[in-house]
Design a protein around this ligand. Structure first.
Ligand code: G3I
Length: 347
């Protein structure tokens, strides 16, 4: 071997050592790693305005990264039935078509929520029988329109107050808690194959609200109506994220009722501009959530609430907070991305 070829050989060997794990990691992606670890999917929320951002779409369309997508807004009541009996599916269809094109599962979100509810419903002054009819009609029309396309439906979203107890929304005020089983029954009748979820936040650890969510599952079951899962939204704050033990035990409470759990809207916000230490802690916090899900067979998948800080809801809602997602504003991965991948990879 000449001196030159010896030098070349050792250079190549060195670059192989450096490139090996990096290229393997880039090729794997979050969804590929999640599925290898036994989950059904790793997914992301998205929204119609972002679909014109080609750099964003290149990453979203990669099913090695995301095996599932959720429409962040476009299947909600105000978009789908803005006035009584007038249905508009165009925006929701765009997200459903995207999922089809990318061979990604679709979590449809959501059918009944007090927010993004048009005033013709919330302030209509309807009596019990009429509101039940409006609720059933909305659910039947929307679920039938998407029949066969929704892997999951978030049937009822955030029925509980922050500290527990039913939210005093128009459905509860007019119909009482029965609006929840009525909603699940209508969804089950319209698409028997979709998995039907109750979805909420602050139910990821033992608390009054968590126990009330457990009771919602029991309520639906007591009516003999199908409920398949509970969505833990998992909107957390860096350094205040639930512990792995607490989350595992919260998941187990639902598993004990025979329903599955999905992490449906994961993000972990911090004050901005984010410091190096905060982003390092954020990576640890993401790993905690992933590890809790992996430790419980009832936990079947994880969805982040969009994948990049560029399109996060957080700064618009929590002034001074942001940087909540694994990709930054420039669509570059952060420490959180490596943390999630490493947690999935060590499963
Ligand atoms: O559609 C109007 C548009 O016509 C108007 O010009 C614009 C002006 O601000 O507002 C648009 O509506 C916004 C809507 O998103 C669609 O972009 C609302 O102001 C804005 O409040 C709304 O925020 C959404 C939020 O739900 C509403 O509560 C977020 O994008 C969405 O990510 C967020 O998602 C929720 C989940 O559904 C349930 N769990 C919590 C999660 C985060 O809040």
């Amino acid at each position: 071997m000449t001196l030159l070829s010896a030098a070349l050989t050792s250079l190549l060997a060195a670059s192989a050592v450096q490139a090996g794990p990096i290229s393997r990691r880039a090729a794997a992606g979050l969804n590929a790693a999640a599925q290898a670890a036994g989950l059904e999917f790793f997914g992301s929320a998205t929204d119609n305005p972002e679909l014109t951002d080609s750099s964003y779409m290149t990453i979203l369309n990669n099913s090695d990264q995301f095996g599932q997508i959720t429409p962040g807004n476009s299947m909600k009541w105000d978009t789908i039935e803005p006035s009584r009996g007038t249905f508009s599916f165009t925006k929701g269809d765009a997200i459903a078509d995207l999922a089809d094109q990318n061979n990604q599962k679709l979590r449809c979100h959501n059918l009944v929520w007090y927010n993004q509810l048009p005033s013709w419903v919330s302030s209509g002054g309807f009596d019990n029988a009429t509101l039940v009819e409006i609720l059933q009609n909305h659910i039947t029309k929307e679920v039938t329109h998407y029949k066969g396309r929704c892997y999951h439906w978030d049937v009822v979203n955030e029925a509980l107050e922050d500290g527990g107890g039913y939210r005093d929304n128009v459905f509860y005020k007019t119909i009482g808690e029965a609006y929840i089983p009525i909603a699940f029954a209508a969804a089950a009748a319209a698409d028997p194959d979709a998995k039907l979820y109750y979805n909420d936040y602050s139910i990821e650890w033992s608390s009054t609200k968590h126990q009330d969510a457990v009771n919602i599952v029991k309520l639906v079951q007591s009516y003999g109506v199908k409920i398949d899962g509970v969505g833990m939204q998992a909107h957390f704050t860096v350094g205040q994220t639930v512990t792995q033990d607490a989350m595992e035990s919260a998941i187990q409470d639902f598993a004990d009722l025979g329903v599955e759990v999905a992490i449906t809207e994961l993000d972990i916000r911090t004050t901005t501009p984010a410091t190096y230490d905060a982003l390092t802690q954020q990576s640890t916090d993401y790993q905690t959530v992933v590890n809790a899900c992996l430790a419980k067979s009832a936990c079947i998948g994880i969805t982040i609430w969009d994948y990049t800080d560029k399109y996060s809801w957080v700064p618009k809602t929590f002034s001074g907070y942001g940087a909540a997602l694994p990709w930054d504003d420039n669509l570059q991965t952060k420490a959180a991305y490596d943390g999630i991948l490493s947690a999935l990879g060590s499963a």
